[in-house]
Design a binder for this molecule. Structure first.
Ligand SMILES: NC(=O)c1ccc[n+]([C@@H]2O[C@H](COP(=O)([O-])OP(=O)(O)OC[C@H]3O[C@@H](n4cnc5c(N)ncnc54)[C@H](OP(=O)(O)O)[C@@H]3O)[C@@H](O)[C@H]2O)c1
Length: 306
């Protein structure tokens, strides 16, 4: 059997970088990164995908600067809202499976309990509105697709809350962290591993094995915490390894830390559909955090003379 061609768009992003490493055994993996593909230019998207001829197309690229999006709504909409529809059209034309990522920020955060895939989105910031437009356009094209909806993404590389906290802990003795937003920190590695597991199942007989499973799936680490709870866990676990004193953490309310974009107060996502459909049981966020910190600690220990 020929190896499937797997195309990952967004190879240097948090999720894209992990995907590149986790999917290598499943097929022939190629990647694209800006400016080889530019989501603001429909022709660039179409020609890059047509020349790659993927069997599986994974879109890990997005405009992810949540606050900046408030002042760049058109750019954010072009990248998050319009481009995914064009990608979906190309995937459908090729008969390829499209895997696309979505966000907890499509919800307004007012639900008392975890959101399920059928809950009505109601984004409260530009980023969430543009991501929802992307989800809608992928669904409207109607090819073979999976939209994996995740939250609070972080990892050992890229730009994320964990790496920001580790930097600030070295610079400050006190940190004021928001404590009234609840969600599930999700490691980019776990997202890539779950994506790999799904793909392995779908590629096993042949790609038409999706049989009616196209749709949206929540995919986050399990459990919940606040940003302050996440900061406390990651700083406490890593202080000795990285050689800093845990700063005094002051829990604050969202209103005490005004940002351009509003955030949902509670954006927990239920992963039951993922478990029932693909038998994937995501690890608790605390376990995923330990793995990411191990990866970072490995880098530190390699730098030390023996
Ligand atoms: N980060 C989170 O907390 C979070 C939470 C929920 C859902 N998600 C979703 O998860 C997915 C992966 O997020 P991530 O955190 O891995 O993203 P990321 O680290 O910000 O990476 C985004 C990628 O998109 C690329 N990109 C940006 N503008 C582009 C353009 N005009 N044309 C082509 N590529 C462009 C970036 O390239 P450059 O670096 O060269 O610009 C980068 O490779 C996204 O769909 C995101 O919406 C993320």
């Amino acid at each position: 059997m020929n190896k499937p061609n797997i195309l990952i768009i967004g190879r240097i992003g948090q999720v894209g970088w992990e995907l590149r490493h986790k999917l290598a055994c499943l097929g022939h993996v190629t990647t694209l990164e800006y400016p080889e593909i530019d989501f603001t230019k429909p022709d660039s998207i179409r020609s890059a995908i047509r020349s790659a001829q993927p069997t599986v197309l994974i879109n890990a690229a997005a405009y992810t600067a949540v606050d900046k999006a408030e002042s760049e709504p058109e750019l954010a909409m072009a990248i998050n809202g319009t481009a995914p529809g064009i990608i979906a059209e190309e995937a459908k034309h090729l008969g390829s499976l499209l895997i696309h990522y979505s966000t907890d920020y499509v919800f307004d955060g007012s639900k008392n309990g975890a959101y399920v895939e059928t809950d009505a989105p109601n984004p409260i910031n530009i980023y969430g509105k543009t991501k929802l437009a992307g989800d809608d356009s992928v669904q409207a094209v109607g090819g073979k697709y999976l939209i994996l909806r995740t939250s609070w993404v972080y990892g050992a590389r890229g730009s994320n809350f964990l790496l920001t906290m580790l930097r600030l802990a070295r610079e400050r003795s006190e940190l004021r962290i928001v404590n009234d937003q609840i969600g599930a920190p999700t490691s980019s590695e776990c997202i890539a591993l779950a994506t790999s597991d799904i793909l392995a199942q779908l590629l096993a007989p042949d790609i038409d094995g999706l049989d009616g499973r196209s749709g949206i799936y929540n995919l986050t680490n399990t459990g919940e915490t606040s940003w302050c709870g996440f900061a406390k866990a990651l700083l406490t676990q890593s202080a000795v390894t990285f050689g800093f004193t845990v700063p005094n953490l002051i829990p604050i309310n969202t209103s005490e830390y005004p940002l351009p974009a509003k955030r949902p107060a509670s954006s927990r996502l239920s992963c039951q559909r993922l478990a029932e459909t693909f038998a994937i049981h995501m690890p608790p966020w605390e376990d995923a955090l330990s793995l990411v910190l191990d990866t970072l600690a490995e880098g530190v220990s390699r730098e030390k003379p023996r």
